[in-house]
Design a protein around this ligand. Structure first.
Ligand code: AGP
Length: 607
């Protein structure tokens, strides 16, 4: 994901901005830049590639400004180039951005109709022009920014400066993180506390929808209702800044809330939003030549593989076998020379998955690894790496890595379907557009957290819980059960909804809550009838569905949790959010060690 930083200081900021950007390199990037105010005018220096290229260009500049913004860019809209690097400038406005503006095409058309032609391919430059237009119309910087934010759809974190305003910096966030740093007579903005660690350990974490106006003397925050709010100033210990809880009580909570941002960053690696295309570089096989493939993983990663199976078989009509690695490595599956095996692993160090990878290679298969740690053993031993960009995942219960794995599997399924001629350009573009909405929809799904926490406290009293789902929601049911059991220590099982009457329904009585995952899709009615079966036997049903499903089912559920309406293709990513939150809040209520649950390790490097 991109990194942003801003300093409103009392000494020259150019190299201080670079120092902050260095702390954000872990996020991954392909270009960088800064913009400062020299004599009231905007001066910008950008460079493709690594920060050293930017430093080399800065060595030829004489910048004494004490106000500036900086950015490390991971290309989303527009290729990785100096031309598309941030900061973007339009008239009196310089801006840096982390996130994805979904409606940038219509906003771009609006500008072109006013005779304004952006020079870059980015969504960010559009925002700079929109703000500058408001200034042209007589608005002040604050009013201009507030007005433009209302026109944007998607996820963003911004830092903005204005020619002629040497003591003003504006920040805003929706779906992407942004923190305020408090210095001695100076103020800062950063994507996280890590970026600001060289200058301060006093941090204020902005909340979704917040806008902040900074001067050297202080700051003012408006919430998403534009009311003045006070957000706490927190002290982050330098030692913990390598990975910071970001103001959350647990790493798991922070990582659940990072999902809009990291899903956007992972999508940017594989989806070309402008062209509506999927691009998966470096695959070791011709996808069109495949007649089957295997997927192997453990735990949550295995469930991501199962969701991938549904996507690949439904879209590409390619047979997929999915195995848990600890079984696969011993069942001696017959594998063809030159075939494709996918392994999925957040850590890239799971012993069973590594052993499965080695079995596949010994059979002459090409192996592609979906990993979150590019320098891991599994990555190094694979023929191709399909990275997730979730950032460091500290909580033992995997959350953001899972949804990023789903994003990679969805992109892969589209690529395979395209290669096999099962979908055309139009359908590919339609699926890419559906995925592009994910950051915004995940933000909306997270907005139900308070209600989900109440339901979780009810579930926390159970001894046994069943999770039910049909079709592509069946793996989600198993993932939800795994999340719940591994951090609350309550026995929970995920079942295919249609399987209940073949035995498990004997477990049902009024002491057994049943969580049903059922978007209003083609299987909804069948799942509702399974729900009626358990309701008739006294079960307390928690239904997770969308507005249409909630309005229609009519069953007397104990609780209904709604998820934003979405294209069925991306539903599995969205429905992961409520099941993660149910598990998290039940564990918090029970007082278990959420980030380090008993008996578990983050990476199982033994058999
Ligand atoms: C998930 O919440 C668990 N912590 C566990 O099942 C995990 O997914 C599994 O151990 C696989 O780990 P990996 O993705 O690092 O290979």
């Amino acid at each position: 994901m991109c990194g942003i930083v801003g300093i409103l200081g009392r000494e020259p900021v150019a190299l201080r901005l670079v120092e902050a950007l260095r702390r954000l390199e872990y996020r991954g990037y392909d270009s960088a830049g800064i913009a400062v105010l020299e004599g009231g005018e905007i001066r910008r220096v950008r460079a493709a590639g690594k920060l050293r290229n930017l430093v080399e260009k800065l060595s030829r500049e004489d910048l004494s400004s004490t106000i500036g913004i900086g950015h490390t860019r991971w290309a989303t809209h527009g290729g990785p180039s100096e031309h598309n690097a941030h900061p973007h400038v339009a008239g009196r406005v310089a801006i840096v951005h982390n996130g994805i503006i979904e409606n940038y095409k219509e906003l771009r058309a609006h500008l072109q109709a006013r005779g304004i032609t952006p020079v870059s391919d980015t969504d960010t430059e559009i925002v700079a022009h929109l703000i500058d237009l408001k200034l042209e119309e007589g608005a002040g910087p604050k009013e201009a920014v507030l007005a433009v934010l209302e026109e944007l759809r998607g996820a963003f974190a911004f830092a903005i400066i204005f020619a002629g305003h040497d003591n003003l910096m504006i920040g805003a966030r929706r779906g992407s993180p942004l923190a305020v740093g408090h210095g001695e007579g100076e103020m800062m903005l950063g994507s996280d506390a890590i970026a600001l660690a060289p200058f301060t350990s006093r941090i204020t974490y902005l909340e979704d929808g917040d806008v902040v106006f900074l001067t050297r003397e202080g700051f003012e925050i408006l919430d998403e209702e534009r009311r003045h709010v006070i957000r706490p100033v927190q002290f982050t210990q330098a030692a913990s800044l390598l990975v910071d809880k970001g103001g959350y009580r647990h790493f798991m909570a922070k990582e659940i809330h990072e999902q809009p941002d990291v899903i956007g960053h992972t999508m940017a690696e594989y989806l070309d939003f402008g062209e509506g295309r999927v691009r998966i570089p470096g695959l070791p096989v011709d996808l069109a030549a495949l007649d089957r493939m295997t997927i192997t993983a453990c735990g949550t990663a295995f469930y991501a593989g199962l969701v991938g199976k549904y996507w690949i078989e439904q879209l590409a009509r390619l047979p997929v076998e999915v195995d848990i690695a600890s079984e696969f490595r011993y069942r001696e599956a017959p594998l063809a020379e030159g075939g494709l095996s996918l392994v999925i692993s957040q850590s890239g160090e799971t012993a069973d998955t590594l052993a499965a990878l080695r079995y596949c290679k010994a059979c002459g298969q090409k192996v592609a690894a979906v990993v979150n740690v590019p320098e891991s053993t599994i990555a190094r031993e694979s023929d191709a790496v399909l990275r997730t960009f979730a950032g460091p995942e500290i909580g033992v219960a995997s959350t953001k890595a899972f949804t990023c794995q789903l994003v990679v599997m969805a992109a892969f399924a589209i690529a395979v379907a395209r290669a096999r001629g099962r979908i055309d350009d139009e359908r590919e573009a339609e699926l890419v557009r559906a995925m592009q909405q994910l950051p915004r929809l995940v933000v909306q799904a997270l907005e139900h957290e308070e209600r989900i926490a109440e339901v979780a406290q009810e579930l926390a009293h159970a001894q046994d819980i069943l999770y039910l789902g049909r079709g592509i929601n069946f793996p989600l049911a198993m993932e939800g059960a795994l999340k719940f059991k591994e951090i609350s220590y309550i026995h929970a099982e995920g079942y295919a909804a249609g399987e209940l009457k073949h035995g498990p329904i004997a477990l049902i009585d009024e002491t057994v809550p049943v969580v049903v995952i059922a978007p209003r899709d083609a299987l909804f009615e069948k799942t509702v009838s399974n729900m009626e079966e358990v309701l008739a036997r006294g079960a307390k049903v928690v239904l997770i569905t969308d507005e249409a499903g909630a309005a229609e089912h009519g069953a007397k559920t104990f609780q209904t949790i709604t998820v934003p309406a979405a294209d069925p293709f991306i539903a599995p990513v969205l429905y992961a959010i409520p099941v993660q939150l149910l598990a998290y809040h039940a564990a918090v209520f029970l007082g278990t060690d959420v980030d380090q649950p008993r008996n578990l390790a983050k990476s199982v490097t033994v058999e």
